[in-house]
Design a protein around this ligand. Sequence first.
Ligand code: DC
Length: 217
Amino acid sequence: MAKWIVAIDGPAAAGKGTLARRMAAHLDLPYLDTGLLYRAVGRRVLNAGDSPADKAAAERAAQTLRPEDMERTDLRVPEVDAAASTVADVSGVRAALLDFQRRFGTELGAVLDGRDIGTVIFPNADLKLFVTASPGERARRRWLELKGRGLNADLAEVERDIRARDARDIARAASPLIAAPDAIEIDTTHLDADSAFARALQAAATRFNLANSDQVN
Ligand code: DC
């Protein structure tokens, strides 16, 4: 397979991760969930007893990030959702994580999902998808996911958190969440995972000139 770079951006809980993983398997490319990098930085700041709003502490945590920090099992909890979104607004944090993301994709190609992959990390990506869904639907999915992991969450609170995170991700000065002008938008509000994958494959097939028989896994 060619060394394609596939950039998948969009807001929290829109279905990027599931889609990106399936695309990576289908196209035989490595996959990087870049949100995990920001989550790991947020976790380190919290564990050090610092505030995620402390820019120097966040920058230090990003500069000294180790691979094992990404393997922790406590990165997808509400306090880390908020911490990751806060440290992601620090330009020094973003700068510290930039090289790693570019190097990850350069050797073999990759599917990367995040907020700024198609705009900042790989502006020349071969395929850019922008995956969205309504805030209410994203909150419902996130709530189900938390419940499935045995975490007790209030749906209204989850939606408030999602909207607050969207606002921070969109309004921040450093690499805000925005669709690249050449990204193909997939709104998953009324799509299940298989239908979203089919849309993404269609986009990939057109862009990469894949034969029809290569479209279904
Ligand atoms: O995709 P996620 O929910 O795991 O991301 C966690 C936070 O990290 C999110 O609030 C925004 C930030 N993030 C970012 O700023 N840039 C990325 N490429 C990926 C995530």
